[in-house]
Design a protein around this ligand. Structure first.
Ligand code: NI
Length: 139
């Protein structure tokens, strides 16, 4: 069966494309298009996985940021104060070059946990946001 292909044009910052090219070379993709198709598939898989997070969950969110960036700690604080009912604890690690890592430990409604994670992802200064969840009834 032939799959119809659509052609798209995408504008990217050069450093992002450089990093992507290194990865697709290391992973042995035959072309940039193949790498981009795979990246989109994994983006869709991630989105589907996110949609499955429902009901009671325990979770962690790991993130990083540069604490010298103006307003970033205020923003992080403001976001987390909105989710007091699901945040159980957080761990802060000071890293080199003004970076900080934070691990937020959560328990509660999956939808709300996801909502917090999405809020953090959307913020430009917050980097490497990674959500992990466990369904406590299926351990
Ligand atoms: Ni710090």
């Amino acid at each position: 069966m032939d799959i119809e292909l659509s052609r798209i044009g995408v504008s990217l910052p050069e450093n992002l494309l450089d990093k992507f090219d290194v990865i697709i070379k290391n992973r042995g993709y035959s072309s940039r298009s193949e790498g981009i198709r795979d990246a989109i598939r994994s983006y869709i898989r991630y989105y589907d996985w996110m949609n499955d997070i429902k009901g009671e969950r325990v979770a962690t969110i790991t993130l990083a940021y540069n604490h010298k960036q103006r307003g970033i700690e205020d923003t992080l604080g403001n976001i987390q104060h909105k989710y007091l009912d699901i945040i159980r604890s957080s761990i802060h690690l000071h890293l080199e070059n003004d970076y900080c890592m934070e691990v937020i430990i959560l328990e509660g409604d999956g939808e709300k946990i996801k909502d917090l994670s999405e809020n953090l992802v959307r913020h430009k200064g917050i980097l490497h946001v990674k959500l992990n969840t466990i369904n406590p009834t299926e351990i």
